[in-house]
Design a protein around this ligand. Structure first.
Ligand SMILES: *[C@@H]1O[C@H](CO)[C@@H](O)[C@H](O)[C@H]1NC(C)=O
Ligand SMILES: *[C@@H]1O[C@H](CO)[C@@H](O)[C@H](O)[C@H]1NC(C)=O
Ligand SMILES: *[C@@H]1O[C@H](CO)[C@@H](O)[C@H](O)[C@H]1NC(C)=O
Length: 180
């Protein structure tokens, strides 16, 4: 097994042993930050969280791509718990983005992709020839995907992602959320 397989095995192990049956558990987005690392390659037209009322909160992102078509991309994901409690949760792994959008690859990545796919135009195989949009992804949709089984201990988290093409980090998207 290579390092990535071991990391993913660790995530799956963690998910199985830390699952708890708390029906009222909720993921709540608390902040989002998008940073272009190469404005000649891509830039964010918008990137925000908005709460319409107490039950409807959503996240929207639009990325303009200036060097199209994009035939390959790589994503590096990190999930970090924001405290040094008894159960540190730190994961960091990298995968082929074109495999993710073609719905092949490891189940963990496909699960994460399913959390936003219906609200996005990242919904077809590579190449990409258009701007990338995640349009009003609601918290309640993300929560539905977890159903009753929530794979995380309670706390504040940062979900960090680095988006690479040709070995260069082009963009960073960081989503903060709390899990209660
Ligand atoms: C919250 O806002 C959404 C979208 O505008 C609306 O559909 C929903 O009925 C509202 N919920 C409450 C409790 O006001
Ligand atoms: C993963 O770890 C590397 C090396 O420590 C770091 O540079 C990168 O930012 C981390 N990725 C995420 C998404 O946190
Ligand atoms: C992908 O998303 C776009 C924008 O929402 C939509 O117009 C298109 O039909 C979708 N394509 C597929 C294959 O689902």
């Amino acid at each position: 097994m290579n390092f990535q397989c071991i990391t993913i095995a660790g995530v799956i192990y963690f998910m199985f042993f830390q699952m708890h049956l708390v029906e009222s558990s909720r993921i709540e987005f608390t902040n989002i930050k998008c940073t272009s690392m190469d404005k000649k390659f891509s830039d964010f037209e918008y990137c925000f969280l908005k709460a319409t009322n107490r039950t409807y909160k959503y996240l929207s992102v639009k990325v303009r791509l200036y060097k199209i078509p994009v035939h390959h991309f790589t994503v590096n994901l990190g999930l970090h718990k924001r405290s040094n409690g008894l159960m540190p949760f730190n994961q960091n792994f990298t995968f082929d983005g074109c495999k993710m959008v073609a719905n092949v690859g490891n189940p963990m990545v496909l699960f994460l992709f399913a959390l936003f796919k219906p609200y996005s135009n990242i919904n077809h195989s590579c190449p990409y020839t258009h701007d990338i949009i995640v349009d009003k992804l609601p918290t309640h949709f993300v929560n539905q995907q977890f159903t009753k089984y929530v794979p995380l201990p309670e706390g504040d988290y940062v979900f960090n992602s680095n988006w690479f093409t040709n070995g260069k980090n082009r963009a960073i998207v960081r989503v903060h959320f709390s899990f209660t």
